[in-house]
Design a protein around this ligand. Sequence first.
Ligand code: ZN
Length: 164
Amino acid sequence: MNQLGAMLMLWLLPLRLDPVSVVGVALIGAADEKSELASLQEITDNLRTRLEINPIVQVTLVDHNPLVMSVETLGGRIGPFVITVDRDFISELGHDEIEASIAHELGHVWIYTHHPYIQTERLANEVAMRVIRRSAFEPVYEKVWRRTGIRGNLSEFIGPGNQQ
Ligand SMILES: [Zn+2]
């Protein structure tokens, strides 16, 4: 896998995070962060329903995620899944961009729970684009690339797009 492929990627390893620590992250934040987290969770739940993903997907905010955003499972195919979000990165995103980036991670979950053998960034975005317009992903990747200092090829990640 190249470095570009690592961005916004899924951690497929069935790491067993301590569920208590995940809850702890949600509980110890300041009031602002609680509402931010609640907002992220609401967006996630809404998109999860629209993408017809059954397992629970929880969002956590962390001070630094080298992948910017990532998702992992606490219990294999049946989850629950945890999306880990870099606090500074998400603060740079507008609402539509937040939706697009979470939909991307849910795209990985969808693949993992439906067709786990073909996990790619492109496919995660194809799933996400069932509910999010393609153009919302462009500024997200711009911000990822600015943050990481590595520029990728947009069409590699979200396809060539239509004439519009
Ligand atoms: Zn990804």
